[in-house]
Design a protein around this ligand. Structure first.
Ligand code: ADE
Ligand code: ZN
Length: 326
């Protein structure tokens, strides 16, 4: 069994990635230069050397600093297209990508420039790259409920051009309950909903995210393993988890890839998917995440296919598109 060949060839869907986390140092520097943004590093190598984290907040500080280079519609378009071109090489046939509107509108970037730049790249990829793509608008949970409601309002005119709402940012101190009413409004408007839960937060946050936010998928969710009853429930209800192996190692959710629990969860019947989260910062796009997990956890060929199929099954696509993907 040639593992690399199998992984390279397997059709995949990516369901958990932040576009701002796909900015490679080369593009980041190019945009900084073009827009006259000071980034505080002398070289691409120096910037890359700063990608050493011990916890989620270390990463978030660098992530929010880096995304300041994005200023125009063209910048958002170029970032998005660079990511899509890159993952098409990993045989990703469908991608659902996050953007964090508040990270941009709070800096004075018009919502429209952000949205149109991303959307035009997604549609271009659908025309030219032989793939489909959808956009998820991610709230930042460190801000207030009313700030999240502002995003919902700003997004309203674009309602038929994105697939759902999500939520990221620092989990500790910002439990799911804080956004129960926001998510209810999103669902009432007919959107799919996902949220990060059980990455740095406890199993209870995964439980609350499912019960209070009524999520269609849980992003990360790996800390659910601390509650065996919850694991049984997630498996029984078929709640997908968008797991990000390389991210979890870089942010010390697990010490080593051998300690990652995704194989255990998969074998317990949980609908686990594999994703890259912030590929520029965490050392790998889709295939690298599959490779590292497969090697460290002795995943079988059948398990690798199961993980890839889970991504297709958990995607927010039409029945016709799902049939094509499967
Ligand atoms: N924003 C970007 N990546 C994130 C992650 N892994 N967790 C929380 N918020 C994020
Ligand atoms: Zn994430």
């Amino acid at each position: 069994l040639d593992l690399n060949r199998l992984i390279d060839r397997m059709p995949k869907a990516e369901l958990h990635m932040h576009l701002e986390g796909s900015l490679e140092p080369e593009l980041l520097f190019a945009l900084a230069r073009r827009n006259g943004v000071e980034i505080g590093f002398d070289s691409e190598e120096a910037l890359r050397a700063a990608y050493s984290f011990t916890k989620l907040q270390d990463f978030l500080d660098i992530f929010y600093a880096g995304l300041r280079v994005l200023r125009t519609e063209r910048d958002f378009h170029e970032m998005t297209l660079a990511y899509l071109r890159r993952v098409r090489q990993d045989n990703v046939l469908h991608a659902e990508v996050f953007i964090s509107p508040q990270a941009h509108t709070r800096r004075g970037i018009p919502f429209e420039a952000m949205f149109e730049g991303v959307d035009s790249a997604l549609r271009q990829a659908e025309r030219d790259l032989g793939m489909t793509a959808g956009l998820i608008l991610g709230f930042q949970r460190q801000f207030d409920e009313s700030d999240a409601f502002d995003v919902v309002r700003q997004a309203k005119p674009y309602a038929d051009r994105f697939v759902g709402f999500g939520m990221g940012g620092p989990e500790l101190g910002n439990p799911p309950a804080k956004f129960a009413r926001v998510f209810a409004a999103c669902r009432a408007a007919g959107h799919k909903v996902v949220a990060h839960a059980g990455e740095e937060g406890p199993a209870q946050f995964v439980c609350d995210a499912v019960d209070l936010l009524k999520l269609d998928r849980v992003d990360h969710g790996v800390r659910c393993a601390d509650d065996p009853e919850l694991v049984k429930r997630l498996a029984g209800e078929g709640v997908p988890l968008t797991v990000c192996p390389c991210s979890n190692i870089k942010l010390r959710v697990f010490d080593r890839m051998q300690d990652h629990n995704l194989a255990t969860l998969l074998r317990a019947g949980v609908k686990v998917t594999i994703n890259s989260d912030d590929p520029s910062y965490f050392g790998g796009y889709m295939n690298e995440n599959f490779r590292q997990a497969a090697t460290a956890l002795d995943l079988t060929e059948a398990e690798l296919y199961r993980l890839a199929r889970n991504g297709m099954e958990a995607a927010f696509v039409t029945p016709a598109r799902r049939a094509e993907l499967l």
